[in-house]
Design a protein around this ligand. Structure first.
Ligand code: FE2
Length: 262
């Protein structure tokens, strides 16, 4: 049986604690000082990032992605990225107070990543990946997502071939993404190595596929083609893609302008 719950929040969980006088009993935080009246307060602002649960139970993607894979991938790997990031943030007060999105961009540091980047990006990437899948997923997108894919890739079949090819030619560990490119005003497939995420280039991700071995080896061994095929046939959430496209279109005009300019 799975042991997670539904988390409806689309934004990354971000706990910003500015006043410890009430919370000091439940939170163990360093560098607290005592005011003359005896109450405790903080001399700094602390921000901690939490482990978000996938939006379904851990057995909900069976038989395509096993509960055991989710338990290890989410419960151990993803958790380690979160714990590692929080440990790093304890030692670097300059990075306190950023949202996770901001932290990823700031620590990427224009291609000269700070030590915190890998953990921050992997937390963001995994939050995004869990929501890129759903029970009963797969098949084909509909409406605007399908229209945009047909416009930018010629056909859904062509898109699927290109996405699969990108996944199978990715060397080592990394990610495959369907993104909206802001400047080109179109969908593109890109692949990134290790923790790198298209967020750092200001692309708007629509779908991602984790191509680290920990994502597929327990269920598919080294058969990456089968894993990608199952993702496309049975796991990818075109519902979430539709919601993300709607949000993307509030930033990028993917069609002809509909509002006349005087
Ligand atoms: Fe992963």
């Amino acid at each position: 049986m799975g042991y997670c719950c539904y988390n409806p929040s689309p934004a990354s969980f971000h706990l910003l604690v500015t006043n410890f006088s009430q919370q000091s009993k439940s939170l163990k935080l360093p560098h607290q000082k005592r005011w003359p009246d005896g109450s405790r307060t903080a001399s700094k602002v602390y921000a901690y990032h939490g482990l978000r649960t996938p939006p379904y139970k851990l057995d909900a993607l069976e038989p395509y992605m096993s509960q055991r894979t989710l338990e290890v991938h989410w419960g151990a790997h993803h958790r380690n990225y979160v714990d590692g990031l929080n440990k790093q943030l304890e030692k670097n007060e300059i990075l306190y107070g950023y949202t996770l999105d901001e932290l990823v961009k700031v620590t990427y540091n224009n291609g000269n990543p700070l030590p915190e980047f890998d953990n921050a990006a992997q937390v963001w990437n995994h939050d995004f990946f869990w929501e890129s899948m759903q029970p009963g997923g797969g098949d084909m997108p509909v409406l605007g997502v399908l229209e945009q894919i047909e416009k930018d890739f010629g056909s859904f079949t062509n898109f699927r071939e290109k996405f699969t090819e990108a996944a199978l030619t990715l060397f080592g560990s990394g990610w495959v993404w369907l993104v909206v490119k802001r400047k080109e005003k179109q969908l593109q497939i890109i692949k990134t190595s290790n923790a790198v995420t298209p967020l750092v280039w200001d692309d708007i991700p629509i779908i991602s596929l984790d191509m680290w071995e920990h994502a597929y080896y327990r269920d598919y061994r080294n058969d990456r083609a089968k894993y990608v095929n199952v993702f496309m046939n049975n796991l990818v959430s075109w519902n979430m893609a539709m919601a993300r496209m709607a949000r993307a279109e509030s930033f990028v005009n993917l069609g002809q302008p509909k509002v006349p300019i005087a």
